[in-house]
Write a new protein. Structure first.
Length: 411
């Protein structure tokens, strides 16, 4: 087995995922990814005809994000049509990270020398649910086997079972905002970021626009719980509400305590990211300087009603494959889909909070579903370099009861 080297990683700023008011809402998702691919090419100087595949995560693959957005974005970038092929994948929120891992697998297996993994999601133009798949593909048999509930209900269920209070979640959210504010002020994201332009060449966004510096416990306390009404909702053809379904699977709880809200959950945003993966032989032959190598990757599954707990087994599996312990990891990125998720993972694996999401996370920055994982790989690599540290771990919770993890090491 060979090695897979990360040559570079770039991303757009995250734009608020609001139609017409979000800075990136006027940019077609193909164009978001096309600009990302061209920025990666321009920074590294590789020949696009050497890229053997572009693997792209995208969750809402419908409308403007349908039709294999990976290949369409290569064409929109103006690359030679005989250059890179493209493939789009959907592993829900873990799609971008899985795309990078898949690109690495081709190189690790010796079947490819140069590949790109990344992701894109325009949540302003292709909102969640655009594919009309519902929670379970509208399959009554599956629903009878596993009474799936929306992710917000699952997050509140985790908080209920773990005993996390709303104040616990809000304190974590405030810390995410504070750390992000410092990172933005100090330019910690600048290496990966590039300004997005419209088709006339005008800059439309240069920095992440979702963070809310100055967020306090008091301001968060005024926000209503986001999923309380949803918990009482009964789907057509069902007899139980979402909360009742959760309680049926987890009868040890008295009720689901609804403690997540807009301020301690990830923000809806637009964005794209790309990571260039090369074999050592290709990199040496073309004078490409590697930044890191992929050490190990893993996915794992867990009970699908609680849904968001699998980063723990995925991380354990990834550490075991690498022959490492959590103490060997210098910096950790846990996607902040909801505040309860990183709090649980840190508790499960006895992680040092001072090593986790040191520049804030999706609560402050937002979560462009299919792109986030690729963004986090660049984020942890940038920060490892800034602090002159060696190893990083990225892990994410995923819909349907899945988790993903990647360990990388600086070269």
């Amino acid at each position: 087995m060979g090695e897979a080297w990360i040559i570079d990683a770039v991303r757009t700023p995250r734009g608020r995922g609001k139609k017409e008011t979000g800075a990136l809402s006027g940019i077609h998702p193909q164009e978001l990814l096309a600009q990302t691919l061209n920025t990666l090419r321009d920074r590294v100087g590789f020949d696009p005809t050497d890229v053997e595949d572009v693997v792209v995560g995208c969750v809402s693959q419908a409308g403007e994000q349908g039709g294999c957005i990976a290949r369409m974005s290569v064409l929109a970038a103006g690359w030679d049509p005989r250059a890179a092929s493209g493939v789009s994948l959907n592993r829900f929120c873990g799609s971008g990270q899985q795309a990078v891992n898949f690109a690495a697998y081709g190189v690790l297996a010796g079947q490819q020398d140069l590949a790109i993994g990344g992701g894109v999601e325009s949540m302003s133009r292709c909102p969640m649910g655009s594919d009309k798949s519902g929670l379970d593909g509208h399959n009554p048999h599956l629903r009878a086997l596993h009474p799936l509930v929306p992710q917000g209900i699952s997050a509140d269920l985790i908080a209920t079972l773990e005993g996390f209070t709303r104040e616990d979640l809000d304190r974590f959210a405030v810390r995410s905002q504070e750390r992000c504010a410092i990172a933005q002020k100090e330019g910690r994201f600048d290496r990966s970021l590039f300004p997005v332009r419209d088709l006339e060449g005008r800059v439309v966004l240069e920095r992440d626009e979702h963070p809310r510096p100055g967020t306090t416990l008091e301001s968060l306390a005024a926000l209503p719980p986001s999923f309380e009404a949803m918990g009482s909702y009964v789907q057509k053809g069902d007899t139980l509400s979402f909360d009742q379904k959760a309680k049926r699977v987890y009868p040890q709880i008295e009720k689901v305590h609804h403690v997540h809200h807009a301020g301690n959950s990830s923000g809806i945003v637009d964005g794209a990211a790309a990571v260039l993966i090369a074999s050592p032989d290709y990199a040496r032959a073309h004078g490409l300087r590697p930044r890191a190598r992929i050490v190990a990757t893993a996915t794992a599954a867990d009970e699908p009603v609680i849904m968001l707990t699998a980063p723990t087994p995925a991380t354990k599996r990834c550490l075991a494959k690498a022959g490492m312990t959590i103490g060997d990891i210098d910096l950790i990125e846990i996607n902040e889909a909801f505040a309860a998720i990183p709090l649980k993972v840190m508790r499960d694996l006895d992680m040092d909070p001072d090593r986790v999401n040191v520049n804030g996370g999706a609560i402050a920055l937002g979560h462009p579903l299919g792109a986030t994982g690729a963004m986090l790989i660049g984020t942890v690599l940038d920060e490892l370099e800034r602090r002159d540290l060696g190893t990083g771990l990225v892990t994410m919770c995923i819909g349907g009861g899945m988790g993903i993890a990647t360990i990388l090491e600086r070269i």
